[in-house]
Ligand binder design. Sequence first.
Ligand SMILES: Nc1ncnc2c1ncn2[C@@H]1O[C@H](COP(=O)(O)OP(=O)(O)O)[C@@H](O)[C@H]1O
Ligand SMILES: [Mg+2]
Length: 351
Amino acid sequence: MKKTVLLLFGGASSEYAVSCVSAACVADNINKELYQVCLLGITADGKWYLYSGDTDSMRDLSWVNKEEYLTPAVISPSKTHQGVLLEDGTVIHVDAVFPVLHGKNGEDGTMQGLLALSGIPYVGCNTYSSAVCMDKVTTKILCEKVGIPVVPYAYFRKNGFDVQKAVEECEQKLSYPMFVKPANAGSSVGITKANNRDELVKGFEVAFDNDYKVLVETGISSAREIEVAMLGNKDAVASVCGEIAPGADFYDYETKYVSDTASYYVPARISDTLSDTIRACAEKIYRTLDCAGLSRVDFFLDENDVLYFNEINTIPGFTPISMYPGLMGKCGYSYSALIEKLIENACEEKL
Ligand SMILES: Nc1ncnc2c1ncn2[C@@H]1O[C@H](COP(=O)(O)OP(=O)(O)O)[C@@H](O)[C@H]1O
Ligand SMILES: [Mg+2]
């Protein structure tokens, strides 16, 4: 019998649009002989609908206006339902959920908490791991503890924030240019590069507009960005390394999704020895943070090939041209096979 797989897309997150595109690709490429697909869309302002329209309307974001294809629905937190609950009380039983959601309210443990309560198996990291990986400060603190090299940093909370003292601390511990980031954000939203004190002060304002906790890092000069895809649960393995050359001052939202000036190299233009070191590092990070299902682990290499762990994304961009499926493609997984593997992994004991 076919398994019913629920794809979640959209979401009240700055990465709403990316999620809609990723989910449309998953819906188009999932093996329909094995799986019956249901689509549950979450609007940018957090309204939930079962969506029965076409995937092109997800890609161009017009799905939200197709009223004839929208039925208000939620995932029930009750294990008596194990599925989607419609307004009239109808329940659609679900065998597995693939939350194709990025960033806040999707990748940060909130949705995973609901899915854990529902008793429905789901793709990816559990609540704890998702929340920890979403917070760039917590991620760094835990990884540093097990000897993973991280970029020099300082962090601050909004409550009791003293900009004078913060600037002093940053200038003492770090050096310009600095990167100022909301601790919990994605897609470069709220991130700025500060070349001097004035820009640092401005950077704090921008970052605090997005989060209560802010991370400041020394900017790695001529950073090469190396990314590794992890797939699996207890037996997870690292992909080959990929490399991104942003083609801009840094890999900001514009470069990621609008101007498309970045170049991708799979495999990365590095030696086999360095590649092995980075892959081993990615595996250690994945285990340290109790990840499951999938994650993309991102690193910087400076001009002397010194390695730094940057961040981990537990639900990375998932269009066929995204880095994650690209890296897994090099490891022998077609896009459809990758989806199947993720759903299989969701249904087994993860940790
Ligand atoms: N310490 C740093 N040194 C150099 N470049 C950085 C640094 N931190 C961030 N960047 C640049 O900013 C981009 C976005 O930062 P990142 O921490 O990956 O946030 P996001 O979660 O938004 O992807 C990176 O891909 C990189 O181009
Ligand atoms: Mg990043």
